[in-house]
Design a protein around this ligand. Structure first.
Ligand SMILES: [Zn+2]
Length: 627
């Protein structure tokens, strides 16, 4: 994610004509083979799901967080693994409503014998009545049989009294652990506040409030056996919307009303996907996706993966002006906050480079001159991808793309294979940032929200590498010694400038954010970004690249924890002595885990790297002195 600066939002609206996408669609044969694979998966799931339960059966956990977690501790659901999701939107863009027939089918694998399990779904926002969701669940079916369902408040993770703890303090929101607040609640928080203000002074003003009932609790007709695959289908209608975060900003399904009745723009970090569909809303839950969305005629659907088909339908009772079904297929796992499914009037084209389709979409109501300017930047994506592959290894997905939407979402986001730019404009530096995320965040995801710094640091490194590349080009290009020197100098300059930061720069530990500070520039972006520059100096450029590529191989399609991240860099240390290993551990503790008193100087990490400002890493002769 990248928070946007002030944007000029005064672009004129030109009269809209739906521009037919200039797309060469995939052949029907390919499309239908993918469809039958999905069908096979579904029928296999249905037969396995009816297997008799073995061993003691119990409800799954209603969170994937651990005791004491205080960054969105309500999200995620245990007792099963998310395998695949079929999204079947039936969406009227004119009224911004999901119509009858709208549903999702989630295929999961039970990790225990389950009598009950849960999903995350904010069907109605209490914090935002106008732009928040207002939806209704009509039916839940598990393996073809109707299931009972209800909505419950979350409970703090690890509550010994269970999810139905009668103590109201077990269900309170807070930025911190313990909750505190007016009731001085000593328990950990059950959820993060939905802040009505973005002001720093008000960040703790809602600590102690009751959490909303956003856990969709499902009781199937019969227990689901341990190890069985099962499919849960949730039918729902109504208005999707945005979630209000622990920092007062919003994300989710942004109504696009330029031109009037345009559709919805989906950009959802960290938790806003549950504001338009029920899911296992945690970054460690990464099912694959198929989208089969029927929407108002003339509208374009943009989702993750590859566009499979587009089918137009004659007018009917629900769509008096006709409708169109778009099918997208993403065979790679997608983390909860990276599910893309925007609908609107878009100009969509596709380019193929190095065998990878790059989708380019922008709101067709944007002025022609702006579209032209945007397109020139979007056209750089294949080259950026190739450049970043030198560091990260091969591009991990079967497609890539960009969508430039009109709503002002106040941030740009690395939606998997379909990067979102809000406010109608794109810029090159941010494209480098978000495209770097395709490897870091998307392919290798953070295991929990407090590790957001890991992937934002990598994306920030992507920006540093862009600046270094620009300097290299000016100095003679990548094959000249002067160019190479300029590249290295640029990275070192970036580190040194950041390391000189004073004031409050070092006062928050990147690995221990609050919901309010989760996307703060200093601890989540800049500090981890230069940490990677220092690691590149410590390991050497070649070994650093090898560490990155090893992580892609080892954790791609899944998640990485902080110990796993650090272990990969340990493995590629040129000096494998115990003293250097200890020093590297201290380095990580200083850079990722320590909150310093304000001021900089002695109050900042005291281990840096060769050639960088600060004390460096190695002793004379290349060895290490234990810290
Ligand atoms: Zn980012």
């Amino acid at each position: 994610m990248t928070k946007a600066g002030a944007r000029s939002g005064t672009t004129a609206i030109i009269s809209l004509a739906f521009i037919l996408p200039g797309l060469a669609l995939m052949s029907p044969a390919l499309a239908s083979s993918a469809g039958s694979a999905a069908t096979a998966r579904r029928s296999a799931a249905a037969s396995q799901g009816s297997a008799p339960a073995d061993g003691p059966c119990s409800p799954g956990a209603r969170t994937l967080s651990r005791y004491g977690d205080h960054v969105y501790p309500d999200t995620g659901n245990g007792g099963y693994t998310s395998l695949h999701t079929d999204v079947r939107l039936v969406y009227d863009a004119i009224t911004n409503r999901f119509l009858p027939g709208n549903h999702v089918s989630l295929t999961d694998r039970a990790a225990q014998c389950l009598t009950q399990f849960s999903l995350d779904f904010e069907r109605k926002s209490l914090a935002n009545v106008s732009a928040g969701p207002d939806m209704k669940v009509s039916k839940v079916v598990v393996n073809g049989h109707p299931a009972a369902f209800s909505f419950a408040q979350p409970t703090y993770p690890g509550d010994p009294n269970g999810v139905n703890d009668p103590d109201p303090r077990a269900h309170e929101a807070s930025q911190n652990n313990p909750v505190g607040g007016p009731g001085r609640n000593p328990l950990p928080p059950a959820c993060s506040p939905e802040l009505k203000s973005t002001s720093y002074g008000k960040r703790n003003s809602q600590n102690g409030q009751q959490c909303p009932a956003n856990k969709l609790v499902i009781t199937p007709a019969a227990p689901i056996g341990n190890g069985a695959d099962f499919t849960v289908t949730v039918n729902y209608t109504g208005r999707p919307g945005v979630h209000t975060d622990g920092d007062g900003t919003t994300e989710g399904w942004f109504r696009s009303d330029k031109p009037r009745g345009d559709g919805g723009f989906v950009t959802t970090e960290p938790v806003g996907t549950e504001d338009w569909m029920p899911l296992n809303d945690h970054p460690s839950a990464k099912p694959t996706y198929d989208f089969d969305d029927t929407v108002t005629a003339g509208k374009t659907v943009l989702a993750n993966g590859i566009l499979m088909s587009r089918t137009e339908h004659a007018p009917d009772a629900e769509f008096p002006g006709g409708s169109v079904t778009w099918r997208w297929h993403q065979p790679a796992p997608v983390a909860s906050y990276l599910v893309e499914d925007s609908v609107g009037s878009y100009h969509l084209t596709r380019r193929i480079a190095d065998g990878i389709p790059f989708y380019e979409a922008q709101a067709s109501s944007l002025p022609a001159a702006l579209q032209k300017k945007n397109l020139a930047i979007m056209n750089k994506q294949p080259d950026i991808t190739k450049f970043q592959s030198q560091f990260n290894g091969p591009y991990p997905f079967t497609s890539d793309g960009v969508v430039v939407g009109r709503p002002s979402a106040s941030f740009e986001e690395e939606m998997e294979t379909m990067i979102t730019f809000s406010g109608g404009e794109i810029d090159t530096d941010t494209l480098y940032h978000e495209n770097m995320h395709q490897w870091w965040g998307d392919h290798v995801s953070e295991a929990n929200y407090n590790l957001t710094f890991f992937k934002e640091g990598m994306a920030t490194l992507g920006e540093f590498l862009y600046a270094a590349r620009t300097a290299e080009t000016k100095a003679g290009g990548p094959y000249s010694r002067a160019g190479q020197r300029a590249f290295e100098r640029s990275l070192i300059k970036q580190f040194d400038a950041t390391y000189a930061s004073k004031g409050s720069f070092w006062t928050l530990a990147p690995s221990n954010p609050t919901p309010y500070g989760l996307f703060d520039e200093d601890p989540t972006y800049a500090r981890p970004g230069v940490t990677y520059v220092a690691l590149r100096q410590i390991l050497g450029a070649t070994n650093f690249t090898k560490a990155l590529q090893q992580m892609q191989l080892q954790y791609g399609g899944g998640t990485v924890t902080e110990p796993e991240l650090e272990a990969a860099f340990h493995e590629w240390m040129p000096n494998q002595s115990a003293a250097c290993s200890v020093r590297l551990d201290h380095f990580f503790t200083e850079w990722f885990d320590t909150a310093y008193k304000s001021g900089g100087g002695a109050r900042r990490p005291q281990i840096t790297g060769p050639g960088l400002a600060g004390p460096g890493f190695y002793a004379k002769g290349g060895g290490c002195v234990a810290h």
